[in-house]
Design a protein around this ligand. Structure first.
Ligand code: 3PG
Ligand code: MG
Length: 440
C-alpha cells in the first residue's frame, strides 16, 4: 500500500491583492515602483542600502519572466530639481547589488525617458530620476501618471515604505495600468498584519523616536493590544515632563503634554481591566552635548545617592536623582535597559519601532556610540542573547537603519523597510497604494 503523505491544505493567503506571481508578465515591460528613499550624505552617497537590497527578489523574479524593467522611486522631499537628491548613486548601488547593468536616465518623464524605454531589451533595467523633482508626483497628477504609464504594460507596486501616500506613482497610475504587488510589499504586509492580528503572547511593543504626535495613534492601538508597552527615546521625555520629572534641556514637546496625559490615563484604565503594563524609563543617560567624548552621567529619578564615578558604561555610573538644567536625556539608563530586556525574556513577540536614544551618534571606537547602549540592550535581548528569542518585528526607518548599520538585520524575523507605512498598517489603516492594486 502506498502511504500518501498527508498534505496540509494550502492556506488562503491573507494578502488579498494580486502579486507578480498572479500576473502573466512574460516579455512585458514593467514599471516597478520601489521605495529607494535611502539615507544619502551631502554628496548623494548612499549611506544605507537596505531598501535597495530588499527590492532585489522582485527584480530577479521579473528578470526570470523575461521582462523589461523600468524602476521609479522618490528620494527625500525636494522642492523641484535638486542634484543632492538624484537617484544616480542609487543606480550604481543597485548595479553593485544585482551584479547587472542598470541604466539611468536623468529625468522621469519626457522625451529622454521615452527613448530610453523604447530601446530597452529583454532583461534590461532602467532606473528613472527622482519622481519628486516634479510636484505633480505629490499632487497625484493624472497627466504625470499617464506619462509614466505610457512607458509600460504593467505596474508593479513594491515600494512598501511609500504606500501610505496617495501620489501619482502610487495611486493615479493604478487607474491606467494593470497593477499588482511586488514580493517585498506582500512580505511586509503579511509580517506586519500577522504580528499585529495574531501574535504569540505575551506581546511587547516598544515605541521610541522623537515625536508623540506622530505615534499617538499607534500608542493607543498598542495599549489596546499588547501586554507590555515600552516608551523610550526622546518621546519618553514628554511623558516624564507630564509626570513632573525634570528633564533639563532634553528634546520634548511641551505642546503635547495633554496627549501624553491622555495616553497615561488610557494605560491606567487598561491596567485595571487586565494584566497590562505601560513602562516609562526609570533612569537615563544624560550629557551636555552629543559628542563621542561627551561626559555622561546616569540619572535615576528614584535614587537618593550621588556617586562620583563617571564614564558609563566603561565604569560603574555616577548616579543622581535629577537631570541638571543644562543636561539632555540622550538614552535610557541601565536600570531601564535591564528592565526592558528582562521583561522581553518573558515575551513571545516583540514589535519595536524607534531607538531608545541618540543611537546614531558614533563612538570613539567602533559603531556603538555613548547613547546607543539602551538600544543595544534591546537588540541583544531580542536576538536571544539572554536565553530566549521572541518573534521579532522591527519597523521604522531609523530603527531598521541602525540594525542594518550594525550588520544585524538577519538576526530578526522581520525588519521592515517602512516607517510611516508600517505604523499605519499596524494601526489597521487601509493604505491607498495597496488598496489601489487588483484584488485576487
Ligand atoms: C519614508 O521614508 O517614510 C517613505 O519613503 C515615504 O517618504 P515621505 O515620508 O517623504 O512621503
Ligand atoms: Mg518619512
Amino acid at each position: 500500500m502506498i502511504m500518501l503523505k498527508k498534505l496540509s491544505k494550502p492556506q488562503p493567503s491573507p494578502f488579498a491583492k494580486k502579486t507578480i506571481r498572479d500576473a502573466s508578465l512574460t516579455g512585458k515591460t514593467v514599471l516597478l515602483r520601489a521605495d529607494y528613499n535611502v539615507p544619502v550624505d551631502a554628496d548623494g552617497n548612499v549611506q544605507n542600502d537596505y531598501r535597495i537590497s530588499q527590492s532585489l527578489p522582485t527584480i530577479q523574479y521579473l528578470l526570470k519572466q523575461k521582462c523589461k524593467i523600468i524602476i521609479c522611486s522618490h528620494l527625500g522631499r525636494p522642492k523641484g530639481k535638486d542634484s543632492a537628491l538624484s537617484l544616480k548613486n542609487v543606480a550604481k548601488r543597485l548595479h553593485d547589488l544585482l551584479k547587472k547593468d542598470v541604466q539611468f536616465v536623468d529625468d522621469c518623464v519626457g522625451p529622454k525617458v521615452v527613448t530610453a524605454a523604447k530601446n530597452l531589451k529583454v532583461g534590461d533595467i532602467l532606473l528613472l530620476e527622482n519622481l519628486r523633482f516634479y510636484e505633480q508626483e505629490k499632487n497625484n497628477d493624472k497627466d504625470f501618471a499617464k506619462q509614466l504609464a505610457d512607458l509600460a504594460d504593467v505596474f508593479v507596486q513594491d515600494g512598501f515604505g511609500v504606500v501610505h501616500r496617495a501620489d501619482a506613482s502610487t495611486d493615479a497610475i493604478t487607474k491606467m495600468l494593470p497593477s499588482v504587488a511586488g514580493l517585498l510589499l506582500e512580505k511586509e504586509v503579511l509580517a506586519i498584519t500577522g504580528a499585529m492580528q495574531n501574535p504569540k503572547r505575551p506581546l511587547m511593543t516598544i515605541v521610541g523616536g522623537a515625536k508623540i504626535s506622530d505615534k499617538i495613534e499607534i500608542l493607543k492601538v498598542f495599549i489596546n493590544r499588547a501586554d507590555i508597552v515600552v516608551i523610550g527615546g526622546a518621546m519618553a521625555n514628554t511623558f516624564l515632563l507630564a509626570d513632573g520629572i525634570a528633564i533639563g534641556e532634553s528634546v520634548a514637546e511641551p505642546e503635547d503634554l495633554d496627549l501624553a496625559r491622555d495616553i497615561l490615563r488610557l494605560a491606567k484604565k487598561e491596567a485595571k481591566k487586565r494584566s497590562f503594563v505601560l513602562y516609562l524609563p526609570q533612569d537615563a543617560v544624560v550629557a551636555d552635548e552629543i559628542t563621542k567624548t561627551a561626559q555622561t552621567r546616569i540619572v535615576d529619578w528614584d535614587a537618593h545617592v550621588i556617586a562620583a564615578v563617571e564614564n558609563y558604561p566603561k565604569q560603574p555610573p555616577s548616579i543622581s536623582a535629577r537631570v541638571r538644567s543644562h543636561e539632555k536625556i540622550l538614552d535610557i539608563g541601565p536600570f531601564s535597559g535591564a528592565f526592558i530586556a528582562g521583561a522581553m525574556q518573558m515575551c513571545n513577540t516583540v514589535i519595536w519601532n524607534g531607538t531608545m536614544g541618540v543611537a546614531e551618534a558614533k563612538g570613539v571606537q567602533g559603531p556603538v556610540g555613548p547613547f546607543a547602549h539602551g538600544t543595544e540592550l534591546i537588540i541583544e535581548s531580542m536576538m536571544g542573547e539572554f536565553g530566549r528569542r521572541p518573534n521579532s518585528l522591527i519597523g521604522g526607518g531609523d530603527t531598521a537603519a541602525y540594525v542594518a548599520q550594525r550588520g544585524l538585520t538577519d538576526c530578526f524575523d522581520h525588519v521592515s523597510t517602512g516607517g510611516g507605512a508600517g505604523l499605519e498598517l499596524m494601526a489597521g489603516h487601509k493604505l491607498p497604494g495597496i488598496e489601489a492594486l487588483q484584488n485576487k
